[in-house]
Structures are given as C-alpha cells and as structure tokens.
Ligand binder design. Structure first.
Ligand SMILES: NC(=O)c1ccc[n+]([C@@H]2O[C@H](COP(=O)([O-])OP(=O)(O)OC[C@H]3O[C@@H](n4cnc5c(N)ncnc54)[C@H](OP(=O)(O)O)[C@@H]3O)[C@@H](O)[C@H]2O)c1
Length: 286
C-alpha cells in the first residue's frame, strides 16, 4: 500500500485531506505539533473508516532539530514497513503571525514553518521519494501574487509586516516546487502546489492577536469547508494520473506569479540550503 506523509494534518485542510486519502486506501503518516490534536485527528478518521492505516508523529516543525528528529522517525517507519518508499509528501503545516517572532535558529516564524520546514523535511525524505518515485505537494496560496522575495531582508526583520511575511512564504512554496522539478525531474519526482482558495479554518486565530485575529474571524466566514481543497490533493495523488502542471486550484492548473522563474527558484534553493545547513546535491549522491 502506498504511503503519504502529510504535515499539519491535525486540523483544517490537512486533516480533511488525510481523511480523504485514507478512504482511497493510502497509508497516512500524519504530522502535527500537538499530541492531543493528533490523537483527535486519528480518532476522527478511524471513526468513519475503521480500516484506515494511520500513524501520527508529533513535532514542532518550526524548529529545525524537530524536523530532523521526525524525518529520522519517519524514515525508520518507511524502511521497516514500506520498503523504504514514500509515495507522496504533502508539506501543508502553516501559520500566521501578528508580530515579528523567531524560532530557535532566530528565523522569522512564518518563513520558518511555511517554507523552511518543508524544504528541510523534503531533503531528509528525498531518498524515499526517489525510491518510489514520489510526489511532493506544497500548500500554497493565491496571496503569493503581487509580491517579490525580499532577498536582502528575507526574514523581514526591518519594517515587519505580517501579511507580507505570509505572502512571501507562499511565493517561496511555488519557487521551491519549481526548483525541485528543475533538479529532480529525471528521477521521476514531481512537485506541485495547491491553492486551496479561502477556507474556513482557525489558522488566523492561532497564536495571533489584534488586527490579524479580528480580520481572520470575519474573513474565514466566507471560506469554503476544507473538503473542497482536499479534492485537489487527492487529484494530485491519483495513481492513474501524473499531472504535468505546477500550480493547481480545484483540480485544474492555474496561472501563477511571473516571479516564479528558474533563476529565482535557484536563488531560493541556495539561500534555503544555507539557512538549513544542507546541500541537496545530485540524485546519484543521495
Ligand atoms: N485557510 C485558508 O484560507 C488558506 C488559504 C491558503 C493557504 N492556506 C494554507 O493551508 C495550510 C493549512 O492551513 P489551514 O488553513 O488548514 O489551518 P490550520 O487548521 O491551522 O492547520 C494548520 C496545521 O499546521 C499545524 N501546525 C501549526 N504550527 C505547527 C508547527 N509549529 N509544527 C507542526 N505543525 C504545526 C497545525 O496544528 P494544530 O492542529 O495543533 O493547530 C495544523 O495541523 C497552511 O499552509 C496555510 O498557509 C490556508
């Protein structure tokens, strides 16, 4: 049975996506930051589908040592039970912040979780993805449009604006997917980005305050339920189909920002490698 790792699957879009993929017979390895939320998510999936194959892993993906620890646990699981193969990795965990807040490494939290965590986790799980060969799916956002990466101030340390930080992190999701396709196409790996649209979740009400919390409480009411975007992840995980595009909304390809170029993807790859202390390298050397 094919195995899928999905981060941020203890609530919202990730939980609904895990539920649908479990119904399709995939083994799900769900990652969340809070054990109680992970247990609740697992029980929810099992209550509808008692045969679901689901394991949870707890990690604060904002911290790089936690990403490394969890990747080692997942790799052991894949080696023991899945012939070392990973069919898909869905980098979905994400956050919104109201103020400039940093991780243990001193990195801005939205950039660290929304982009760097997926960058590092994908690197650690690359051998299993290549063995499958598998798919890497990022949760992006329409909000990536109309912005450029601030190469000289990527943590937005000077004049922090939380919305700009969020948008930039979502632009990074597409640049990373493009960079993966540019580098690993020949190995059979495919990377995609899902635009979920506006979805009614609690993301803007977690560890936020002031105006961000207030605006999200109003805005989310206009959002769709998480089962709507979950169908696009299921479409991109379909074993019978290997879509050729990069950016998908409601199971269809969508136009993305002109900032998504190979040059910018390379630049982000190199910067992210430095910030994570890794080097992706060539397929043969993995
Ligand atoms: N909602 C929207 O309209 C919308 C639109 C575009 C893109 N997105 C993107 O969709 C993704 C999922 O968001 P959502 O709306 O479904 O919100 P959500 O319900 O808050 O889901 C976020 C998930 O990430 C987990 N998480 C948060 N911080 C974490 C950390 N430090 N380490 C590990 N896991 C962590 C959360 O865990 P807990 O369950 O413990 O909180 C939760 O499982 C995000 O990448 C977001 O940027 C959302």
């Amino acid at each position: 049975m094919d195995t899928i790792v999905i981060t941020g699957a203890s609530s919202g879009i990730g939980l609904e996506t895990a539920r649908i993929l479990a119904l399709q017979g995939f083994t799900l390895l769900v990652v969340g930051r809070n054990e109680a939320n992970c247990i609740r998510a697992k029980e929810k999936i099992l209550s509808e589908n008692p045969d679901a194959q689901i394991e949870y892993f707890v990690a604060d993906l904002m911290q790089q040592r936690e990403v490394i620890r969890i990747s080692e646990e997942i790799t052991s699981y894949l080696n023991d039970k899945c012939d070392g193969k990973l069919y898909a990795l869905i980098n979905n965990a994400g956050c919104v912040r109201s103020w400039y807040m940093t991780t243990e490494e001193g990195y801005e939290q939205q950039f660290a979780l929304n982009h760097l965590a997926g960058f590092l986790l994908t690197y650690k799980l690359l051998p299993a993805l290549i063995k499958a060969p598998g798919r890497v799916i990022m949760t992006g956002s329409e909000s990536h449009k109309g912005i450029k990466v601030r190469w000289d101030n990527i943590m937005l340390y000077r004049r922090y604006n939380p919305l700009t930080a969020y948008k930039q992190s979502k632009l990074c999701n597409i640049l990373f997917a493009k960079g993966l396709n540019d580098r690993y196409n020949a190995s059979g790996i495919r990377a995609y980005v899902v635009d979920p649209g506006l979805v009614n979740t609690e993301i803007g009400n977690k560890e936020t305050g002031g105006i961000v919390n207030f605006i999200w409480s109003l805005r989310k009411r206009y959002g769709v339920t998480p089962d709507v975007p979950a169908k696009t992840y299921a479409f991109l995980c379909d074993r019978e189909n290997t879509p050729e595009g990069l950016y998908y909304y409601l199971c269809k390809e969508k136009k993305y920002s002109r900032e998504v170029t190979s040059e910018n993807a390379d630049r982000l790859f190199e910067l992210s490698e430095r910030l994570c202390g890794i080097h992706y390298g060539k397929v043969e050397s993995l």
